[in-house]
Design a protein around this ligand. Structure first.
Ligand SMILES: O=C(O)CCC(=O)C(=O)O
Ligand SMILES: [Fe+2]
Length: 280
């Protein structure tokens, strides 16, 4: 190959890279996400700041709704709806997890439970979400979960993973009983959230290793990860706000656990919602 051809070839690939539309757009999106992130942090209350910093926030029902669970009609109704869930009546969603995890709704099914929707649309929850997302959020998923003991290997979300739907996410877990390690409290590796730390990712990788990450691989990438683990243990009625772009895993205990599991993403999220409202 002559020198002119070489130059031409080099130029062509260089230009191709230079004008790679997808790359340019993804860089621009990343940049604008970062700018918004700085604005979100600067306007956030100390509580919300904790989510940016550590990846989670735990509040009691009283702190969010101004009443105890024993006084709250909404809480009692939600707990009642979740308690109706059992393995026989659970939706059989397409997964290898149905032997230990029961869910109320299949993908695409309508949510008809009044209390779950009322919780999601309450001004109390909106106040927190609006602050975190700077008003730019939408619901992508809402369900009740019941998990029970199994003595097989950890499976699915019991393995370390990051949720892949959007780089800006917040999940809400509402506890319908005390949750400890015994009934599979979620574990989070603090500061592994997207854009969230000194050490970690500027963008989530959908498949760090086939979707889930082996402990071995994690140790190699992040030798002292154990120091950063937070166990989301809490009392009945506690509400966890978790940035699940952070590495997390959960639900591997010897007792059953009942929670509401609700997921919010930014309006720029490309993933379609997993639910339909009763009105559509
Ligand atoms: O079961 C858990 O605690 C974790 C669930 C989970 O990974 C998720 O909702 O994204
Ligand atoms: Fe997850």
């Amino acid at each position: 190959m002559g020198v002119f051809e070489k130059t031409f070839k080099f130029d062509r690939s260089f230009l191709k890279k230079l004008f790679n539309k997808d790359l340019i757009f993804s860089k621009l999106r990343e940049r604008s996400r970062n700018l918004k992130r700085n604005e979100r942090i600067s306007k956030a209350s100390p509580e919300i700041k904790q989510i940016f910093e550590k990846g989670y926030l735990k509040l009691s029902w009283r702190e969010v709704f101004g009443e105890n669970i024993s006084q709250s009609k909404l809480y009692k109704e939600m707990k009642g709806e979740c308690n109706e869930l059992n393995f026989e009546d659970s939706c059989k969603y397409k997964s290898d997890k149905t032997f230990y995890l029961a869910k109320k709704y299949t993908k695409g099914s309508s949510i008809v439970d009044g209390a779950l929707l009322r919780f999601i649309h309450s001004t109390n929850i909106d106040k927190i979400l609006s602050q975190y997302f700077l008003e730019n959020y939408r619901l992508i998923y809402a369900d009740y979960w019941l998990s029970k003991f199994h003595n097989k290997q950890r499976v699915g979300s019991q393995l370390w993973h990051c949720d892949p739907e959007d780089p800006i996410m917040l999940k809400i877990f509402v506890y319908f009983q005390d949750v400890t390690e015994k009934n599979g409290a979620t574990e989070i590796i603090q500061q592994t959230q997207v854009e969230g730390s000194k050490c970690f990712r500027t963008w989530h990788k959908k498949k760090l290793s086939g979707g889930y990450i082996e402990n071995k691989e994690l140790k190699r990438k992040f030798p002292d990860y154990k120091k950063y683990i937070f166990k989301a243990e809490g009392k009945e009625g506690d509400i966890f706000f978790i940035d699940t772009t952070a590495l997390h895993r959960g639900g591997y205990g010897i007792d059953e656990r009942r929670i509401a599991n609700i997921s919010f993403v930014s309006m720029d999220c490309q993933t379609p919602p997993a639910w339909r409202s009763i009105y559509c």
